[in-house]
Structure formats: structure tokens, C-alpha cells
Design a protein around this ligand. Structure first.
Ligand SMILES: [Ca+2]
Length: 431
């Protein structure tokens, strides 16, 4: 009946910690991790996921508590009515006993009165018990109130920030590197057309190149089966030591690539389950606005040893394979927003958001398969190739172990003076 104070307190605790995480998650001055997020900065959707995960439990606890309190209140009212009734009855019985001339002679009536009084005593005991129950509940409520006040006080103090955010800011990570930053980590950027700054992971190498990372897969810890809004806002976690998975978000990537005088290069880095590393570069990379469904465009494939999977691939199934699996010019699709060139829904079948055509030759937001190799049977109800795919390197039934998608101005792709010197060397997968 009455929920344990612990359960209710747990609900309140969550409620408070959630509201504080929400507020600070939206604040741009601090990344404030809490126990729920570990030491990582949640993206907007990370906070929303967390909130949604716990809200039903909190709501349930609170409504249980509410119901119990109402039933106790009803019980109390009933008991009070009973007391009044008893007292009235007693008074009228006593009155009648005095007024009735026959009373003194009637021992049976006296017995009645005694019996009646015993009933009153019993009722009074019950009322006493109820009152105890009420006051014990009141005590519990007081305890809970005390606890929530304490929690509120705790939450009003700034959380200790265990994530180091660098102080230099800029329009992107190259700008930040140009301003003197030499270490990779979390930085705030504010592209020219952005109204607010946002947090990114900057990979800054010894050549002074600052890559802005927009996608990271490394261990399957983040589910990439997300809806349109989540891909728009970004999800997963940013970490100062590049240990977490994330999608920075289409809106941010759009802002990072929009209206620049110097072309942006999208560098894709891939690692397979044997530890081999490959990369592919695309220049004049741009992501359209949401009105254009975050359309992917690039000028041309600049090179790399992973091959040009964005150009599509001839799987041998059909002469039009390559045309229908190319990605340049494709709008972004998610299971809840189908912008592909296919009668069905590529994003739903392949379980991710991506620039789907009919459907893909590259698919870096795919399902994470430990060990890499998978089959139609592993691919769930649709049985399509839904892994992390770069088909010009490994075939579509091989899911890659790690991926990185990152941006850099074309002028900084190679170091100064280097004549495309060792693209491979500079392509330089840092580990
Ligand atoms: Ca479709």
C-alpha cells in the first residue's frame, strides 16, 4: 500500500538529478556530467534518452504515493466521522438514560449502555491506531520533504566538472589549432552561420592540423538506430580522450560546412577487425540544410587507400547497381523520414540514418557486428546488408570495427610545402 520511502526517494532523486542535468546540458558554458552519464558529455539526445528512460518509473512512484495519500486521507475522514457519530450517540444515550424514568429500574438498559461504552472503547482504539498510522505517514512525508530539500541544495551547487574542456574557441578545429591549440580534446566551436557555440572533439596533430570529428564508431557502445530528430541533434557521447562513439548531428555538420570560402575535406578513416587502417578523402564536402534534408554533396574523390565507395559499387546483381548505390547528392534518410530512391525504406531495412540511395555502397552508421563477418540471417527481419560497410575495401557482409568521419579545410589537408607528401603517411591514422 504505502510505497517504501526509499522507492519514492529514488524517484525524487532521479527527478532532481534529471532536471539539473537537463539545464546544464543546454548551457553552453559547461559540460556537466553526472553519475548517469559518467564522465562524458551527453549530446542533446543523450539527455533526452536518459530522461525518457527514467521518467516512467518516477511518474509511477509519484502517482502511487499520491494514491496512497488520498486513500489515507479518506480513511482519516471516515474515522473522524465515526468519532463524531460515537460521541453523539454516547451523549444522546446518556441523556436518554437520565431522562428516562424507567432507566434506573432497568438493569438490562444499563447493560446496553455498558456494552455500548465497550464498543466506544474499541472504536476509540481503532481510531487511535489510525491516528498512529496517519502520524507515521506524516513523519515519512516530512522525511521525504527533508530529503528533497537536501537534494535541491545539493543540486543547486555546481557539479564538479571532471571533463576537461579546452578554453580556446573558434569557427572549427582548424581555426582553434591556428590559434595555438596543440592537443586533441573537447572544444567549443561557433561556425560563422551558427547562432550558438557547440561542443566538438578536435583531433589536432603534430602538423598543426585540426580535424573536426563528426562521427565516431569504435566498439558498438552506442546504438545508431535513431530517428530523424536524433540524427539532426546528434547522439552518443563526446569524450576528451576520444574513447566514445557519437554522431555529432546533421545540423551541426551543416553549419560546419556551409558558406565557407575554402572547400572542406571529409576524411573517412576505417579500421577492420584485423587492425588494418584505410582512409578516403572527399573535397568540397557539404551538408545541405534541413529544408534540403541534409543532402550530401562533394566535388570529387580526392584519394585514399580505402577506395571510393561513395561513388557506388557494381555488386554484380544488376547493371544499375553502381548508379543506385552512389551517395553524392543523396538526401539523408531515417526510418521515420524516407528520402531515398527506393520503393521501400532503406533506412528502416538497414537500421540507421544515412544518405541512402537504393540503398548504399558505404554505410558507416550501420549495425555494429562484433568480429566483422555477418550473414543475412544475422541481419534481422529484413536480412539486408546492414553492417558498417565500405564496400570498396571489404564486401558488404563485413562490418568494420572502427570508423571516423572528420572535416578539415582543403588547404590544411597536407602540410605546407609538402607536395601531397605522403598522403598515406599524413593520412596518417594517428594510432
Ligand atoms: Ca523510399
Amino acid at each position: 500500500m504505502v510505497p517504501s520511502p526509499l522507492a519514492a526517494a529514488g524517484g525524487l532523486l532521479l527527478l532532481f538529478s534529471l532536471s539539473s542535468a537537463q539545464t546544464r546540458g543546454d548551457s553552453v558554458s559547461l559540460c556537466a556530467p553526472n553519475d548517469g552519464f559518467g564522465k562524458y558529455c551527453p549530446t542533446t539526445c543523450g539527455v533526452a534518452d536518459y530522461l525518457l528512460k527514467y521518467m516512467p518509473g518516477v511518474d509511477r512512484d509519484l502517482s502511487n504515493l499520491q494514491r496512497d495519500l488520498e486513500s489515507i486521507a479518506n480513511l482519516t475522514q471516515g474515522a473522524e466521522e465515526k468519532i463524531v457519530h460515537m460521541k453523539d450517540s454516547t451523549t444522546s444515550a446518556q441523556k436518554s438514560s437520565i431522562q428516562d424514568p424507567l432507566f434506573k429500574k432497568s438493569s438490562s438498559m444499563l447493560d446496553d449502555v455498558i456494552r455500548f461504552e465497550k464498543t466506544i472503547v474499541t472504536q476509540e482504539q481503532q481510531i487511535f491506531d489510525l491516528q498512529n498510522l496517519i502520524s507515521s505517514n506524516e513523519r515519512r512525508m516530512a522525511d521525504l520533504k527533508q530529503l528533497s530539500i537536501q537534494l535541491q541544495q545539493t543540486c543547486s551547487e555546481p557539479c564538479k566538472d571532471t571533463v576537461e574542456i579546452q578554453t580556446i574557441t573558434g569557427t572549427d578545429c582548424q581555426d582553434i589549432s591556428n590559434k595555438g591549440a596543440t592537443t586533441s580534446g573537447l572544444y567549443y566551436v561557433k561556425p560563422l552561420k551558427a547562432t550558438e557555440q557547440f561542443l566538438v572533439y578536435c583531433e589536432i596533430d603534430s602538423f598543426g592540423r585540426g580535424f573536426t570529428v563528426i562521427q565516431r564508431r569504435r566498439d558498438g557502445s552506442v546504438d545508431f538506430h535513431k530517428d530523424w530528430n536524433q540524427f539532426k541533434q546528434g547522439f552518443g557521447y563526446l569524450s576528451p580522450d576520444d574513447t566514445t562513439e557519437f554522431w555529432l548531428g546533421n545540423e551541426k555538420t551543416h553549419l560546419l560546412t556551409d558558406g565557407l570560402s575554402i572547400p572542406t575535406v571529409l576524411r573517412i578513416e576505417l579500421v577492420d577487425w584485423e587492425g588494418n587502417k584505410r582512409y578516403a578523402d572527399y573535397t568540397m564536402f557539404k551538408l545541405g540544410s534541413e529544408a534540403d534534408m541534409y543532402r550530401l554533396t562533394y566535388g570529387f574523390y580526392l584519394g585514399g587507400d580505402a577506395g571510393d565507395a561513395f561513388a557506388g559499387f557494381d555488386f554484380g546483381d544488376d547493371p544499375s547497381d553502381k548508379f543506385y548505390t552512389s551517395h553524392n547528392g543523396m538526401q539523408f534518410s531515417t526510418f521515420d523520414k524516407d528520402n531515398d530512391k527506393y520503393d521501400g525504406n532503406c533506412a528502416q531495412q538497414d537500421g540507421s540514418g544515412w544518405w541512402m540511395n537504393r540503398c548504399h555502397a558505404a554505410h558507416l552508421n550501420g549495425k555494429y557486428y562484433q568480429g566483422g563477418r555477418y550473414t543475412e540471417k544475422d541481419a534481422g527481419e529484413y536480412g539486408f546488408d546492414n553492417g558498417i560497410i565500405w564496400v570498396t575495401w571489404h564486401n558488404r557482409w563485413y562490418s568494420l570495427k572502427e570508423t571516423t568521419m572528420k572535416l578539415i579545410p582543403l588547404t590544411r589537408l597536407t602540410t605546407t610545402g609538402g607536395q601531397q607528401m605522403g598522403v598515406k603517411e599524413l593520412g596518417g591514422l594517428k594510432k
